[in-house]
Design a protein around this ligand. Structure first.
Ligand code: FAD
Length: 502
């Protein structure tokens, strides 16, 4: 146990035997869970967060001394990383356990301890499949950008990289007809002044500690954080969730927790897995289905002339180009790995290499689904017992092919050669969505436009599992904005002021 646990957390049995009533029980402490918890406790509700992983750090690795340590940061990942399976239908139907070929993270703060910091918004047309308009979502984006201290072109905070090389590179791309801008980053660039110290990378664990709402006991307006505890399932009867069954991650007796409202915020795949483990597919056939992840190509560009200063450029998607490119560098030769996603903090002005990440919209086909397995080799108890069965659709392959054609054009525009590319498998982008998709019309989807389950109004989902589709934008900012809206819906229900659907 981390020594800070004594200061910041409580244990499962204390919460289970608490006399005080829990208003909202949240599963997961990534940005979805923490953003919702802070919103709801801020409105006077008593909130408990169950987190399967341990407390390892209360800041993002990039804001810590690990920032430049490509040797140590992967070891921090290894403390909280477990393996999961993304497979295709043919392999899945052989009946042999699918290879564990992908990563998941389980810690206080979730993946927000390690994320790479890129925070674009979805574009207007990305909301075409949503039962919510871009305009309706905009205020949540503004609030999310403010609370995450986002810097870059759409906020009051200056871009992270400000140099002649940066403006020169953007000018070259724009002159070639490839619209480009400073990257939006979840890194605070506000100057140190009058007692203000910039927050560094946004991180849910950091925000939770800073909120001042953490408490050892259940109380109105407070949040109790219970780490090392896995939510195994919810039970329901008569159209309501009647309890949540949880157990220590290290093993031990299950305990039953009761609350007025229950929220899944385990990340899209884990929230969906929990719904399946709770038997909720019996309530709606779309529980588990319509899952997607970005099409993800990474490339290495070699400059013909050095840039001299660090750059981070963003080539946004257009209505005809459902993908974007992030370009970072320069470096001496390097290659992207998720175990050191903040490599761009340590550019080498003498280097000639730029990293390019191309993310394209994935199609949430109905047949792309999370399924439960009983593979005993999986990590993290029941949390590892699933496989995502997903295949690229014709649209996905078209997006990939277009991205492969576009990357060399971008290289040429900035006087560089594309020396290496890699098409990553589905799941590797770590921007997964779907599984509990929302709908405007009662019962058409699993959840409503605030993430509340149509069939169980005292259960909701705060993460990207509710999304009917994705834009090319990396998901963190949109998850944070969505969880603000989600919290509004939960509060409206609990305070009896629900408008709209319910
Ligand atoms: C290396 C890396 C780089 C990334 N870079 C970017 C980027 O540049 N831009 C961007 O937008 N996104 C990026 N992402 C993705 C981003 O981090 C995620 O989209 C975001 O963190 C998801 O937030 P979440 O709250 O939905 O879930 P998570 O952050 O995954 O948190 C979910 C938490 O819930 C817990 N949990 C799940 N199930 C249970 C259960 N049954 N019981 C108890 N606890 C449970 C998990 O243990 C986990 O800690 C990156 C991710 C990684 C790993």
């Amino acid at each position: 146990m981390h020594p800070l646990s004594n200061v910041l957390t409580a244990d499962l049995s204390t919460v289970a035997t608490s006399e005080a009533g829990i208003d909202v029980l949240v599963v997961g402490s990534g940005t979805a869970g923490v953003t919702s918890a802070i919103e709801l406790a801020g409105k006077g509700l008593s909130v408990v967060i169950l987190e399967a992983g341990p407390l390892v750090m209360s800041t993002h690795v990039g804001s810590s001394p690990f920032r430049s340590r490509s040797d140590l940061t992967p070891k921090v990942h290894d403390l909280v990383r477990y393996r999961t399976a993304w497979t295709d239908r043919a392999q899945y139907e052989t009946g042999t356990p699918p290879e564990r070929n992908n990563d998941a993270w389980s810690a206080v703060g979730g993946r927000t301890l390690f994320w790479g910091g890129c925070t674009p918004r979805f574009t207007e047309w990305d909301f075409a499949d949503w039962p919510l308009s871009h305009e309706a979502f905009d205020p949540y984006y503004e609030r999310a950008e403010a609370l995450m201290h986002v810097s870059g072109p759409h906020t009051t905070r200056a871009p992270f990289f400000r140099s002649e090389s940066q403006t020169g590179l953007l000018a070259r791309l724009n002159a070639a007809g490839i619209g480009a801008e400073d990257a939006s980053l979840g890194v605070d660039t506000q100057e140190v002044r009058n007692g203000y110290i910039p927050r560094g990378f946004d991180c849910a664990a950091d925000r939770l500690v800073r909120s001042g709402l953490l408490s050892e006991t259940v109380a109105p307006g407070r949040i109790v954080l219970v780490p090392d505890t896995v939510a195994n399932r919810v039970e329901h009867a008569d159209g309501r969730v009647s309890g949540l069954i949880a157990a220590p991650a290290a093993g031990g007796a299950e305990l039953r927790l009761r609350a007025r409202h229950y929220t899944f915020a385990g990340g899209a795949i884990q929230s969906t897995r929990l719904a399946l483990a709770s038997g909720l597919k019996d309530l709606h056939p779309h529980v588990g289905t319509h899952v997607a992840d970005h099409q993800f190509i990474q490339g290495l560009l070699k400059l013909r002339k050095p840039l001299d200063e660090p750059i981070y450029a963003f080539v946004p998607p257009t209505a005809d180009r459902p993908y974007h490119i992030q370009i970072q560098g320069p470096f001496t030769e390097t290659w992207y790995t998720p175990y050191h996603a903040t490599v761009w903090l340590d550019c080498d002005p003498d280097g000639l290499y730029l990293l390019a990440y191309c993310f394209g919209v994935g199609e949430p086909s109905e047949s792309n689904e999370v399924t439960l397995t009983d593979d005993a080799g999986a990590g993290r108890g029941d949390m590892g017992k699933f496989a995502v069965v997903a295949e690229r659709s014709a649209a996905d392959n078209r997006v990939l092919a277009e991205m492969e054609v576009f990357l060399p054009q971008v290289a040429e525009a900035i006087d560089a050669d594309l020396v290496r590319t890699h098409v990553n498998p589905l799941g590797a982008a770590l921007h997964e969505i779907g599984g509990l998709r929302m709908s405007q019309q009662e019962g058409a989807g699993v959840t409503d436009t605030y993430g509340r389950f149509w069939a169980l109004p005292n259960l909701s989902v705060a993460d990207a599992a509710a999304w009917p589709s994705q834009g090319s934008a990396n998901s963190y900012l949109t998850i944070t904005a969505w969880s603000l809206r989600h919290a509004e819906g939960v509060f409206a229900r609990l305070s009896g002021t629900a408008t709209g659907e319910r």
